[in-house]
Design a protein around this ligand. Structure first.
Ligand code: GLU
Length: 489
């Protein structure tokens, strides 16, 4: 059996989408499982929409995900990752070959002429197909048009086919396309640049791609591409078209559902291992009763033919839960990485300086310890721990409810108690609070809630006594006194 070679072929016209990363991951799993190759190919032939910045961002996301690609020498081109704009000569060569084989022909029709054809089809309420006018042009006619300055595009001959085109899809099974629904489509623009369906086929063939796992929106391109494989007498790769991803409301995943770019998840402090694990549960799910898998299990267990046809849901709640599972493990196994992740978020929020001293890192590690299980994604360090890095900002509702004249003397007494407390340590801090309340003859809750608002500005968060210890005596006492003044009115 020949080695498996898969690929992912993004166009650098936007950030890497969740759906793209999912597709790439399945191709990567499939290749890795058999010791095959995974190729990354940048399909940048649409120069008006492709940008270097998006290309760089795509690489950055792949590096973050840990999806590695082959960098070896290619057949007839530079080394990977590949860029279609660097492969123009290859497309020119095969365009010529298609013409020589009589499988492609130059089309001199102008945009206006094609528009007129299209309008006529509309008026007659029939689906538009190119008339094939240029297929019938004689060599003299062609020469005259060239002399008149017309530059032809190139069309692949499709309409002469009579037999249905059958796609054997690993996920969808047999899909039959009737040739009358296809037309002689343009494969090279009049400026000589190759179009998607053409460059894609040439590259897949030259790169020895054996399997293509891609989005279902490309299923309709597959028969067009098969015609080209036939014309060039090339063996087409096996295809598998993934179902469309839905949001939690079962509508096609879009920005309405939240972030759709991998980059946004990276910036919010999701972990790549959690995202990949989540991808494995989308339309596949290795075992019925299990959610958490390590990467090696996924590589060993992946079966493309087990991928379901039903649209998977990209549920943020579940992803975040899964991320929390990975976060807890990581805090045990590699606290330094969690510190780095949270530092990055705090730095972007302007709550930490750009360069951290070892003391700052150590302090952040302790904050992470205090935040504990509440830290499901890196971003959670902000709602649950921002007050460690900046002065307290009272949530208006919290202040209105708890910083009241009744709580003022309690807050003041507590500040006094903490000012002389030695050691300034969790158990002693709790003891001090209970004593203040006992002396005042009130329930501990009468002070616990106001104290939390005083120290954090919020009504919920990490354990009160742990966070007080970590804030340290000076800051705690100062915040309690300030809140007491505010409470007194
Ligand atoms: N450049 C195409 C895209 O981004 C690739 C499609 C394919 O995988 O063939 O959708």
């Amino acid at each position: 059996m020949s080695t498996i070679r898969t690929r992912f072929a993004p166009s650098p016209t936007g950030y890497l989408h969740i759906g793209g990363a999912w597709t790439a991951f399945f191709n990567w799993l499939f290749a890795r499982q058999s010791g095959g190759a995974f190729i990354l190919r940048i399909e940048d032939t649409d120069r008006s929409r492709s940008t270097q910045a998006y290309e760089d961002a795509i690489f950055q996301d792949f590096r973050w995900l840990g999806i590695t690609w082959e960098e070896g020498p290619d057949v007839g081109g530079p080394v990977g990752p590949y860029r279609q704009t660097e492969r123009a000569d290859l497309y020119t060569r095969y365009a010529r070959e298609l013409v020589e084989r009589g499988a492609a022909y130059p089309c001199y029709c102008t945009a206006e002429e094609l528009d007129a054809e299209r309008r006529q089809a509309e008026a007659q309420r029939r689906p538009y197909r190119y008339s094939g006018r240029c297929l019938r042009r004689s060599a003299q006619e062609q020469a005259a048009l060239e002399a008149a300055g017309r530059r032809p595009s190139l069309r692949l001959r499709v309409t002469h086919l009579r037999e249905p085109i059958v796609v054997d899809d690993l996920i969808r099974g047999r899909v039959v396309f009737e040739p009358e629904h296809l037309d002689d489509y343009i494969i090279v623009r009049s400026d000589g640049t190759a179009l998607y369906n053409f460059a894609n086929v040439v590259d897949d063939h030259l790169m020895g791609v054996t399997h293509i796992i891609r989005a279902s929106e490309h299923l309709s391109n597959t028969p067009k591409q098969l015609v080209m494989y036939q014309a060039l007498e090339w063996t087409p790769p096996v295809v598998a078209h993934l179902p469309v991803i839905l949001g939690a409301d079962r509508r096609k995943l879009s920005k309405r559902h939240g972030a759709t770019a991998v980059r946004d998840y990276r910036l919010q402090g999701y972990l790549p291992e959690a995202l990949l694990n989540f991808f494995a549960l989308m339309a596949w799910h290795p075992e019925a009763e299990r959610e958490v898998y390590d990467l090696n299990e996924l590589i060993a267990g992946f079966r493309v033919e087990e991928v379901g046809l039903a649209s998977p849901i990209f549920g943020l709640e579940k992803l975040t839960w899964l991320n929390g599972v990975y976060m807890r493990r990581l805090i045990e196994a590699d606290l330094d990485r969690v510190v780095g992740l949270c530092a990055d978020i705090l730095q972007r929020a302007g709550l930490l300086p750009g360069t951290l001293t070892p003391e700052m890192r150590g302090y952040l590690a302790r904050v992470i310890g205090v935040v504990g299980d509440r830290l499901k994604i890196g971003q959670d360090i902000i709602p649950y721990g921002d007050f460690f890095f900046k002065d307290v900002a009272y949530e208006p509702a919290a202040s209105a409810q708890y910083l009241t004249p009744a709580s003022a003397p309690l807050l003041r007494a507590y500040a006094d108690a903490l000012a002389g407390l030695e050691p300034f340590q969790r158990m002693a801090i709790e003891q001090a609070l209970r004593e203040v309340c006992a002396r005042a003859g009130v329930d501990a809750r009468a002070l616990i809630h106001p104290a939390r608002v005083a120290l954090t500005g919020k009504t919920a968060g990490p354990g009160l006594f742990e966070l007080t210890e970590l804030l340290g005596r000076d800051r705690a006492v100062e915040r309690l006194r300030r809140a007491a003044e505010r409470a007194a009115g």
